[in-house]
Write a protein that binds this ligand. Structure first.
Ligand code: ARG
Length: 259
C-alpha cells in the first residue's frame, strides 16, 4: 500500500512539474501593456450589459472593461462571439478577459479565473401578462426560451421536467419568443428580463421569484493570470464603491428601454 502511494505521489509530482513548464495560455500584464491593446471577449446580445448600438458594441460591461483598459493605459479591442464559446476562447488565448454578464460558477472556474463579483444577479421568468404560470413549479412540460449556453439554459435542461427548450443566441430574441407565442415562458437574468418586459408594450411581465441559485457576475481572465485579475479587481472594487457600476447599468437600461 505504501509503495503504491509512493508511486502515485511520484506520478503526481511529475505531472505537476510538467504542467508548470507548459506554456501559459494567457498574456501577462506586461505583454498586454507592450502590445498597446487588451482584448475583451464578450457576447453583445445581452442588454443592458452588452449590445450593439449604432454599429458599435456598447453596454455597462463595456464601460467597465474600458476602465480596465484605461488603468493599463492600452486600447480596448472587442471580440464579439457566441456566449457559449467565450470560456474556451479565453482558455485558448483568443482574448485577455471576459466581461459578459457572466456568472462566476465552479464549472467555469475550472477553466478561467474569475474577478470579484460586481453585480448580484438572479434568473427570472418572463411570461405573457395573462399567463397562468405563477412560478418555477408551473414550468414542467412547457416551451421555455433561453439564451444558449447560459445558466438559464442549464437550469431548464437540468431542473424543469419535460420542458421543451428553445435556445436562442440573443437574449432579447429569446424574450420576444414569448410575446410572439413561440414559447410559454423565457428564463433570463434580471435586468435583461426587465428590459424585454419594458419593451413589450405591456404584453410581458417578469415574476419576482428567483429561479435557481443567486448568481454573482464576474469578469474572467486566463487561468493563472493573477496579475490581470488583481488589476480587474481593483478597477471593479473602485467602480462598485463609487457607484459607477450601478450608474452604468441604469444608464444602459434607460438607453435600451427608452426610459
Ligand atoms: N448570467 C448568465 C450566465 O452567466 C447569462 C449571461 C449571458 N451574457 C451574454 N453576454 N450573453 O450564463
Amino acid at each position: 500500500m505504501k509503495k503504491l502511494f509512493a508511486a502515485l505521489l511520484a506520478v503526481a509530482l511529475t505531472v505537476s512539474l510538467f504542467a508548470g513548464c507548459a506554456k501559459k495560455g494567457y498574456r501577462t500584464v506586461d505583454e498586454i501593456k507592450s502590445s498597446g491593446e487588451i482584448v475583451l471577449l464578450t457576447n453583445a446580445m445581452f442588454e443592458p450589459y452588452e449590445y450593439i448600438a449604432g454599429g458599435k458594441v456598447v453596454g455597462a460591461d463595456i464601460d467597465l472593461a474600458q476602465l480596465v483598459a484605461d488603468e493599463l493605459g492600452v486600447k480596448l479591442k472587442i471580440l464579439d462571439m457566441d456566449f457559449d464559446g467565450l470560456v474556451d476562447a479565453l482558455a485558448s488565448g483568443k482574448g485577455d478577459f471576459i466581461a459578459a454578464g457572466m456568472a462566476n460558477n465552479p464549472e467555469r472556474a475550472k477553466v478561467v479565473d474569475f474577478s470579484i463579483e460586481y453585480v448580484h444577479n438572479s434568473l427570472h421568468i418572463i411570461i405573457p401578462a395573462d399567463s397562468t404560470i405563477a412560478g418555477v413549479d408551473d414550468l414542467a412540460g412547457k416551451r421555455i426560451a433561453v439564451q444558449e449556453g447560459t445558466t438559464s439554459d442549464d437550469f431548464v435542461r437540468g431542473s424543469v421536467p419535460d420542458a421543451s427548450v428553445l435556445a436562442f443566441k440573443d437574449a432579447v430574441v429569446a424574450g420576444n419568443a414569448v410575446s410572439d407565442g413561440r414559447a410559454d415562458a423565457c428564463i433570463l437574468d434580471l435586468k435583461p428580463a426587465e428590459g424585454v418586459a419594458a419593451n413589450s408594450n405591456g404584453k410581458l411581465i417578469v415574476l419576482d421569484e428567483v429561479v435557481g441559485e443567486e448568481e454573482l457576475m464576474s469578469m474572467a481572465a486566463g487561468k493563472g493570470n493573477q496579475g490581470l485579475v488583481d488589476i480587474i479587481n481593483s478597477v471593479l472594487r473602485k467602480a462598485i464603491d463609487n457607484g459607477t457600476v450601478d450608474e452604468r447599468v441604469q444608464y444602459h437600461m434607460d438607453a435600451t428601454t427608452g426610459g
